[in-house]
Design a protein around this ligand. Structure first.
Ligand code: SIN
Length: 199
């Protein structure tokens, strides 16, 4: 169903001789840091929009009922908030395995809350990867997410944890929050009052 990107990512030698590298996470990497890191800081990147446009049959769905997870799509002036982790290059072996379903390492610049800027890496699933699902309405995406579960758990858990993590970062993301609202309605749960996150 999809091309495994581990071998391609291993050829990325850019930071091999660095003592540490910044990794910018915008999806599950924000709320599930299952890897060692030296430092963790809220950050953002510009020119990219977070979208639930990537299929997942290995983590949050199956081949029969794939889930949807986030990737980034280019969008002028878009600001994507996330979490940056300072890691050692050895950690990429684990990340390459975790992100193997279509995600490639890409060098990017990220900005921290204090205005500092650093170069680092993101994992991005571009529109030419076989698991790229592409656009759909936020309601359709919520329906697909509601019905998907895979080895890493329910797809709805991925969405709800991401939305919660973004709220904790004080980040605005209409796409993610709209899908969250639809999902909560579909599963009969009350909506999250987003103002509660910004006292
Ligand atoms: C990321 O979190 O930065 C990549 C996408 C994901 O694993 O959900």
């Amino acid at each position: 169903m999809s091309v495994n990107t581990i071998a391609l990512n291993r050829q990325m030698r850019r930071f091999d001789d660095h003592a540490s590298v910044w990794l910018f996470g915008y999806g599950s990497i924000i709320f599930k840091a299952d890897f060692p890191y030296l430092e963790r800081r809220p950050a953002h990147i510009t020119g990219w929009a977070r979208r639930f446009w990537q299929s997942s049959h290995d983590h949050r769905g199956t081949a029969q009922a794939p889930g949807r997870v986030v990737t980034l799509v280019p969008e002028q002036d878009a600001v994507c908030a996330g979490m940056a982790y300072l890691i050692t290059p050895e950690v990429f072996a684990h990340l390459d395995h975790r992100e193997k379903n279509g995600y490639l390492r890409l060098v990017t610049e990220m900005s921290f809350e204090d205005g500092q800027v650093a170069e680092g890496l993101i994992y991005i699933a571009a529109d030419d990867n076989e698991a790229f699902a592409g656009p759909a309405s936020e309601l359709e995406i919520a329906r697909q997410i509601a019905g998907a579960v895979g080895p890493s758990g329910r797809n709805s858990e991925y969405l709800l944890k991401l939305a919660q993590a973004l709220r904790e970062l004080g980040a605005e993301d209409h796409h993610v929050f709209a899908i969250e609202r639809h999902l909560l309605q579909l599963i009969g749960q009350p909506p999250v009052l987003s103002s509660a996150a910004h006292p």
